[in-house]
Design a protein around this ligand. Structure first.
Ligand code: IMP
Length: 200
């Protein structure tokens, strides 16, 4: 069994990594599983910088390779790349209840002609504390629904529709989301890299 330590306090992210990686023989642990407490300031200007900040902070505390994920949603009608790297903070500024956040965004987009939105994910792999970090990115394109959807997924999922696969993230199964999400696309690239390296 291969072990991966994920730098996140977000239980939903951890669950998605576990769901995607368990069938491939990986065990994914969160920092809480190691009883580790740390809270680095995510003051980067890109997803990659923030992912590195989290990976680096955790890698200092453990003696094993770590990965970190920084992700967010970009909603065209709210601004270029917005809320983007501020996604989590933007939600908190509205409400701690993501259904309230979702409804707020739907209201803001009431007259918008362009409802397009993209989820972005950047994974940083940091094997040694002073190693060169490696980055793997995934994007999932869609649009913001006109009416809030179901309770599946987390965060902004109840208002997100994935265009190519015609899926509402708030209603589709975990398997459906995990097959095409920004996170799984980034993760596939990481796995591809690890497989290539193992074969060398
Ligand atoms: P961070 O990467 O922990 O800084 O926060 C990313 C934020 O983006 C999360 O708190 C969620 O609100 C949102 N987000 C990222 N990925 C997803 C997803 O797959 N579904 C719904 N919301 C997401």
């Amino acid at each position: 069994m291969k072990k991966i330590l994920l730098a996140t306090h977000n239980e939903n992210k951890l669950r998605e990594y576990q769901e995607i990686l368990a069938p491939l023989g990986y065990e994914v642990y969160g920092d809480k599983d190691f009883g580790i407490s740390y809270d680095p300031e995510e003051n980067g200007t890109t997803y990659a910088e923030n992912a590195y900040i989290k990976a680096k902070a955790l890698r200092k505390l453990v003696n094993m390779p770590v990965i970190a994920d920084d992700s967010g949603i970009e909603i065209k009608a709210l601004g270029e790349h917005f809320p983007g790297i501020h996604t989590s903070r933007y939600a908190s500024s509205i409400s701690s209840d993501y259904r309230v956040v979702g409804q707020h965004i739907i209201d803001l987009l009431k007259d918008a002609s362009d409802r397009s939105a993209e989820y972005h994910c950047c994974i940083c792999l940091l094997e040694e504390e002073d190693a060169t970090p490696l980055y793997f990115e995934g994007v999932c394109r869609g649009h913001i629904l006109e009416k809030i959807g179901g309770y599946h997924g987390f965060g902004y999922d109840p208002i997100f529709h994935y265009d190519e696969g015609n899926l509402d993230f708030g209603d589709c199964s975990e398997e459906e989301k995990n097959a095409i999400s920004h996170r799984s696309r980034a993760l596939q690239k990481l796995l591809h890299y690890l497989a290539l390296r193992q074969g060398q």
